[in-house]
Design a protein around this ligand. Sequence first.
Ligand code: NAP
Length: 316
Amino acid sequence: MSPRKVIAVVGATGAQGGALVRAILNDKTGEFAARAITRDPASSKASALAKLGAEVVAADVDDVESLKRAFAGAYGAYCVTFFWAHFSPEKEAAEAANMAAAAKHAGVQHVIWSTLEDTRRWIPLGDTRMPTLKDKYKVPHFDAKGESNKVFLDAGVPTTLLHTSFYWDNFVYFGAGPKPGPDGVLALTMPMGDKRLPGIAAEDIGKCALGIFKAKGEYIGKSVGIAGEHLTGAQLAAGLTRALGREVRYNDVPPAVYRSFGFPGADDMGNMFQFKRDFNADFVAARSLEVSRRLNPELQTFDTWLARNASKIPLE
Ligand SMILES: NC(=O)c1ccc[n+]([C@@H]2O[C@H](COP(=O)([O-])OP(=O)(O)OC[C@H]3O[C@@H](n4cnc5c(N)ncnc54)[C@H](OP(=O)(O)O)[C@@H]3O)[C@@H](O)[C@H]2O)c1
């Protein structure tokens, strides 16, 4: 039997990376071995991955030398950044540059870079329909990722640009789920109008990424967008209503109102939803359900995801 090809996975104890590590370990063909990258191999999450069969390796995306060691000998690397850990697009771009440099140094044969659109291609900084944030961004947590596509391509690293979608898991972990309004009825608040929001089970991002690695170079040098479904706010609320057995109303608010909510990153999220709403055709078209299902035949619909996860959604 030929030795398994190692995929080095950044963010392995998190949503995207964790999903990929589990997908690799559950893959019956055993084509790949999972190298889980974490800052703390002794943590309970890292130990759980080791127990499942992953090789656990320490590295920090802020330390390029640690990444070079972690990528050494790997066939593939899954690269993702952690905007919400620091809220800095510049730091995110520096982290992407570190990963691209480390992948180049290690001679990695296939990198998947988890990216998003640079929204300034659609809405330049001078466009006043939405405020400019942090001096030079419209959607900071998108723009620096899109801007960073270049560092992978310029480094000559064989790369797939993976455009992910809004995780439905945000309804459980990111405070984005329905909340009771003044009348006590649950409301799902999103400034999406009647437009469709590409969404996905975070676990499926990892399964789609495995599908990309398994496609033997077919997606190298390409952009791939993934989603489980493209649903409107009203459809998401209807799904939640069915799954929770309790009415959930879709509460469409203007993006400016959303930006004013005051939680950390509300302005960034408000601009993000406005971008997805106002450039909906492009945003949805970039995330093919057919391609996603081809990469991952187990792709979940929102209803499937709800059947497994609705009970975890905090409702207060
Ligand atoms: N939420 C959404 O709907 C959504 C949709 C599309 C894209 N995204 C993007 O997804 C990205 C986050 O990915 P995720 O959701 O998979 O993250 P996550 O679940 O928050 O996991 C982050 C993991 O990354 C590791 N990490 C954090 N800082 C690190 C560092 N400096 N060096 C090495 N590892 C570090 C941590 O592991 P250790 O503590 O073990 O080191 C942590 O477990 C964000 O940039 C976000 O913009 C999110």
